[in-house]
Design a protein around this ligand. Structure first.
Ligand code: SF4
Length: 213
């Protein structure tokens, strides 16, 4: 059983409620979406074919307890599902970062899902798979990456319409790096008393988005 893999690396978790936690990242190759502000375009193609056994061995070599499977869009490869299950079976605390366009139905329930809902300025809003919202667990998270006031207003509407704050453990609002000033987003969240978690991408603050960190 194989997967196309861009990289495996050990770093600090840069986002979500686990921010700052030492983590092994498994970045799978390929994504059917094209968000205009995507910061991992290098994972769209290339990579190398690796067996699940090989991937699990490399993850183990880093000696961390927490593993994040990301991309690209990891769920675009069907063998992502057995990878997630095998990581859980091996005793890791596993999270999955997914763009929100692929079906969550087969994801192992032990996995903590961090699912994006793409806002209008991403250019990918039409691909949001809203049926996934029903599949989210109380331990999962929903992430909005916001480029403008228009995006913010849309995200606020989704929060309300789908009662996301009651449905999942955290709703994350994150500004597009270099586009929406973080202090502006923070101000809007405070003014509106939104039950969300503001986040900045820690890896960009620490390492200016260097690849593999
Ligand atoms: S879904 Fe993720 S990897 Fe794919 S284009 Fe959007 S931001 Fe990039």
């Amino acid at each position: 059983m194989e997967l196309r893999l861009t990289e495996i690396f050990h770093s600090l978790q840069g986002e979500s409620r686990s921010v700052g936690r030492p983590t092994v990242f498994v970045r799978l190759t390929g994504c059917p979406q094209r968000c205009v502000w995507c910061d991992t375009e290098y994972a769209f193609q290339g990579g190398s074919r690796r067996t699940l056994t090989d991937i699990l061995a490399e993850v183990a070599s880093h000696g961390a307890h927490y593993v994040t499977v990301t991309g690209g869009e990891p769920l675009a490869q069907p063998n992502c599902l057995p990878l997630l299950t095998q990581l859980c079976d091996a005793g890791y605390d596993v999270s999955l970062e997914t763009g929100g366009a692929m079906d969550l139905a087969g994801v192992d329930p032990r996995v903590s899902v961090v699912m994006d809902l793409k806002a209008p300025d991403s250019g990918e809003m039409h691909n949001n798979r809203l049926g996934n919202i029903e599949l989210l667990k109380a331990s999962d998270q929903v992430k909005f990456v916001l480029a403008s006031r228009r995006d913010y207003d849309w995200a606020r509407m989704q929060l309300d319409q789908h009662q996301l704050a009651e449905r999942v453990s955290d709703v994350l609002f994150s500004p597009v790096w270099g586009q929406l000033p973080p202090a502006q987003l923070a101000q809007w969240i405070l003014e509106d008393r939104l039950p969300v978690r503001f986040q900045l991408q820690l890896h960009k603050l620490l390492w200016e988005d260097a690849r593999g960190r």
